[in-house]
Design a protein around this ligand. Structure first.
Ligand code: BGC
Length: 751
């Protein structure tokens, strides 16, 4: 496992030397800015709400323009940078740390003008840092799990819950909304993202963030862009062709931003094609602000700002978590004319506009008690629609409690807990303090107890698996063995491979040998390789299952819930089959700020060349004709579905796809019906792409006609000369229940 200690990782570590240098070099300048703000907030002034722009009937643009006119230069500077983060040494110099809310950062408001402090918290799968603040947060299943639901309603419920809990805890801005495409499944943050397909990921993050923001928090989509690995994330240059960039990684952001209209987009640590993302004009201004008409503000990732003039000109609006470049240095640049007043005003206007548009001014936060029970229920339901049944040989599942006399529950922690994903996404487990950066955090949701509750008459015995022989013996005498295995991952590191750690492959193999009725439940945040797959009867991918994960999993295992999720990413047979079998790592001397700043101007020190281009995930395996372990879009149900009657009406604006799905089994269930397209040969695309889907709920025996309108953009290619373009020619539309099983096909001509 490669660890990467960087800005965020250093949180909580005292860097005394850094403090001294700062004290010596920057104290005067820093204090000039901070002190100005200090005066603004000296008496914990209540925001003065008696202003014409407090009229909620006015548009956010008008309101922002009115406030902007009243602001002094210092007040403006105050809005474009953060004021520190708990645990970071500079806090020592922040005269008012008490103004923060314990989150990742805060931006001072302007009380005399009624502008509140922006209180930011990480909130990928729940609100972070509740432990150290003495609060409680629900852990939803990992974001990749939400993607596996393919369900915009579930994504909305996911976002709404986080939005409510943020506000209850005193925050008015989220730092969630990760949507980097899974080009590299070993990326330690894969669990925070929404899989390998841009249309699926973008649609889901858009719905998630739209509903989160509807709770009156400033929404955020991140990490823009191509932050597709954690190894050397602060130093790496992601080299990628423009067409591949636009059609894959950026398309996910484009769709997400279009649906959610988020208040903020966070630029990432890495460079893209030579320029760091937070000073990359192409990304921030040309594409995000101009082409996509993004109306919010660009916030830097924590420590991701590298310059004043260049970053400001490129379109960065707000530096976090401090004011190294957008504090005194920006003020000096304005005064000397290196940065124009108009450019600063544009940054400030965007921050103000987001505050009005997202409702944080009209709806000040009021702390309250998090709805713990409601949160558990939402988390369970989302997990029930997100756990993917990968294998079910001979219908081993669902288990019938009545006919089972003995069950072996095996695996590390399976008696008591389930694992969660780490880093700034980490939600603290109830009843426990914050475990620290990159600690394994297990949630008290007990697989063993959940299984016992479903099979009260069976003898349920537990074995941790630490002793493989004992575990096998336990499995041998049981009617069925359920093995819970895990792969922990976190921000700031990548996995070396997709092999389950701690000898869990050997454990599963031994248990399966002892009892062929073995069911494996995976708690992973990404794909896993499964050398034992042919020897077990059932495999359920539960992901990081959240606060009530065990009950959700047991409900699926025992058939109270019919699984309906499908993989949002390919599970390869081996890491040898990935586009880059070996992870690209920085060489010695290529890491750290000194290396980045060697030339005086920030420059990445090494590069990852994404030469697979458009071929991300299933597009790669299709194009390279590589067999996979489980394909993108795969997922089983306890019932069966049949597809018929495909009708396609091609069009230059929308292509209408309709077909019938029938539940041909004896249980009610939901099918995620997927629509793929193969573009005309001269488009030069991978063999097929997902262009739409519909999650259809069907009673046993029921049929429904499903309509999936496909927007022209989803059938288009991005051309360097002309932008998005629908190529004339023959398209094949394919429909079915997985990328590898598409029984309906029709050829259409689009001219
Ligand atoms: C992460 C961001 C996070 C920020 C604040 C960074 O290290 O990359 O995702 O929002 O820290 O905690």
């Amino acid at each position: 496992m490669r660890m990467n200690i960087d800005w965020a990782a250093r949180r909580g570590i005292l860097v005394a030397a850094g403090v001294l240098v700062l004290a010596a070099v920057g104290l005067l300048a820093i204090h000039a800015t901070v002190f100005a703000q200090h005066r603004l907030h000296s008496a914990h002034e209540k925001e003065d709400r008696n202003h014409p722009w407090m009229d909620a009937k006015l548009s956010p643009d008008d309101r922002a323009a009115m406030v902007l006119k009243e602001m002094t230069l210092d007040e403006k500077i105050g809005l474009v940078h953060g004021m520190g983060m708990p645990g970071w040494p500079r806090d020592v110099q922040d005269p008012q740390p008490e103004l923060g809310n314990g989150g990742a950062g805060f931006v001072l408001g302007v009380p005399r003008l009624g502008i509140p402090i922006i209180q930011m918290s990480d909130a990928a799968y729940g609100v972070r840092s509740s432990g150290e603040n003495g609060r409680y947060s629900t852990a939803l299943p990992a974001n990749v799990a939400a993607a596996a639901s393919w369900d915009t309603t579930a994504a909305c419920a996911y976002g709404a819950l986080i939005g409510k809990e943020l506000r209850a805890q005193g925050y008015n801005m989220t730092l969630g909304g990760g949507v980097n495409i899974t080009r590299e499944p070993r990326n330690g943050r894969t669990f925070e993202y929404l899989g390998e397909d841009p249309i699926l990921a973008g649609t889901l993050v858009g719905n998630l963030m739209k509903c989160e923001q509807a709770q009156n928090v400033i929404g955020d989509i991140k990490h823009y862009a191509v932050n597709d690995q954690e190894s050397g994330r602060n130093e790496v240059d992601a080299i990628i062709g423009k067409r591949a960039l636009r059609e894959s990684d950026l398309l996910a952001f484009e769709i997400g931003v279009g649906i959610a209209d988020p208040g903020a987009v966070m630029c990432s640590y890495n460079a893209v094609n030579g320029d760091f993302a937070c000073e990359n004009k192409y990304l921030l201004t040309d594409v995000l602000k101009k082409e996509w008409e993004f109306k919010g503000f660009v916030v830097s990732d924590w420590g991701g700002t590298h310059s004043t003039v260049k970053a400001s000109a490129a379109g960065l609006d707000n530096e976090e978590p401090l004011d190294e470049f957008f504090g005194a240095k920006l003020k000096a640049a304005i005064e000397s004319g290196k940065v124009s007043q108009a450019e600063l005003d544009e940054h400030v206007r965007r921050v103000l506009r987001a505050e009005f548009a997202c409702g944080i001014i009209d709806h000040p936060t009021r702390k309250s008690v998090v709805d713990v029970l409601g949160g558990l229920e939402t988390a369970r339901k989302i997990e029930e629609s997100s756990a993917v049944l990968l294998k079910n040989e001979g219908g081993v599942l669902p288990l019938s409690a009545a006919s089972l006399k003995s069950i072996a529950v095996i695996g590390p922690h399976a008696d008591a807990e389930m694992i969660s994903g780490g880093g700034s996404a980490q939600v603290d487990a109830p009843g426990r303090p914050n475990a620290g950066w990159q600690a394994h955090v297990w949630f008290p949701t007990s697989p063993m107890k959940a299984v016992q509750a479903h099979a009260p008459h069976a003898n349920v015995e537990f074995g941790s698996g630490a002793d493989v022989g004992k575990a096998a013996a336990l499995a041998k005498k049981a009617d069925v063995a359920i093995v819970f295995v895990y792969q922990w991952m976190a921000e700031g590191m990548d996995l070396e491979n997709l092999t389950l750690p701690e000898g869990q492959d050997e454990l599963i193999a031994a248990v399966a040998k002892a009892n062929p009725k073995t069911i494996v439940v995976l708690e992973t945040g990404t794909a896993a390789t499964m050398p034992w797959v042919d020897h077990v009867s059932g495999v359920l991918e539960a992901w990081y299952a959240g606060s009530d994960g065990a009950n959700a999993v047991a409900n699926i295992l025992f058939g109270d819930v019919n699984p309906s999720a499908k993989l949002p990413m390919t599970f390869p047979k081996s890491v040898e089959d990935l586009p880059h079998p070996k992870l690209v790592q920085p060489e010695p001397g290529q890491s750290g700020e000194a290396a980045v700043m060697k030339t005086g101007e920030a420059k990445p020190t090494f590069s990852v060349n994404y030469d697979e281009g458009l071929k991300v995930g299933y597009k790669w395996y299709d194009a390279e004709r590589k067999a996979v372990l489980f394909p993108f879009g795969h997922g089983l149900s306890y019932t069966t579905f049949a597809y018929s009657g495909l009708k396609v009406a091609g069009g230059r604006k929308v292509t209408d796809v309709s077909f019938t799905v029938k539940n041909t089994g004896s249980r009610d269930g939901a099918e995620i019906a997927q629509v793929y397209a193969a573009l005309p040969a001269d488009a030069g695309e991978p063999p097929k792409r997902l262009v739409g889907w519909s999650k259809v709920w069907l009673k046993a025996g029921e049929s429904k006609e499903v309509r999936v309108p496909v927007a022209a953009k989803y059938l288009s290619i991005w051309d360097a000369g002309s932008g998005w373009k629908l190529v004339d020619g023959g398209y094949q539309i394919m429909v079915g229940g997985s990328s590898a099983e598409l029984p309906l096909k029709q050829q259409i001509l689009i001219k």
